[in-house]
Unconditional design. Sequence first.
Length: 373
Amino acid sequence: MGVIDRYMFRQAAGAFIASLLSLTAIVWLTEALRQINVVTLEHQSLLIYLGLTALVIPPIMTIIIPVALLIGVIYALNRLSGDSELIVLSAGGFSPWAILRPYFALGLVTALVTALLSLWLMPWSFRETRNVLSAVQADFVTHIARPGAFNVVGGSFIFHYRAKGAGNDLRGLFMQDRRDPNQINTYIAEEGATLTSGTHHFLLLRHGSLQRETAGSQDPAIVQFDQYAIDLSSFDATGLRGTPLRPRETPSWQLLRGNLPKGVTPSQVPSYYADLADRFLSPAFAMVLTLFAFAALGRAASVRRGRQSAIAAAAFAALIFRLVAFWAAAISQRHIWGIALSVIWVLVSGLVLLWLILQPQLAQAWRQRGSTP
């Protein structure tokens, strides 16, 4: 990369990084405010809150990076045009590809970063978010529930204990699970204790009874027990515990091997492969948006001509491109053939833009070849 290439690369990279940081901060702030209830309502530590909000950064950046790159390339090209540097480069014999080359290199770098985010970091962050939210909800027994009060979780689960003993021991427990209106379970125990095994949180009840009321039955079934373990994670308000990993949470290597999570129904299969295809296409979005910006602003023009219409055209075309990509992705969630539609749309868009950019150079090369004896 020569001096001029490095100069153009630095201009676009600086604008790209500034746009990326600004947009990420704005979107992250809105997400952080949405999660503030983790501290205010569920009494979790500030460390848990910061960790939970930090996990949204990889998915945010996967979407924002192509947009920030579009802004960075538009800014750099508009500045080159405003300073008449594009005219000088064209007059100096620089071909369209020679001018595109540093921006194409920046697009490749951002595509690699996006690939790392979409294929590895993003699924990992969604899995960690799932685990943290489940742990926070399951942690209500020892950190949220107040002794002597009837604590309601998720609107359908009631928990009460008389007093707290040493360690994690509880005295005088009452629990009622009304999540299934056709079967209401009521637990009463003299004492209990909370236990943790991996990502699961259990409440071990001792010396008590389980009363089960079934719809249509006049008399409840009562079972006495000495010990009874309850998976508290199953009472979380997220509704995720016990369900298979969702498409965005499943590791990419697992999807590549066709090893879908257990419990996935046939109707859900397309959504898993659609998510995998979207992870591979995310890096390509950065490249295509770079080409949109260059196709609109990459040619030399008089400084007297405003570039506002070209900037608006690039932004509008990029918006249409992304909307069609989102539409194709939505179709692929239900139909496997939608994946092919997404891939074809991205590839055709990129090739058409490359042809529009390089067409003058290719036409000149073809004329020179035809005039050669």
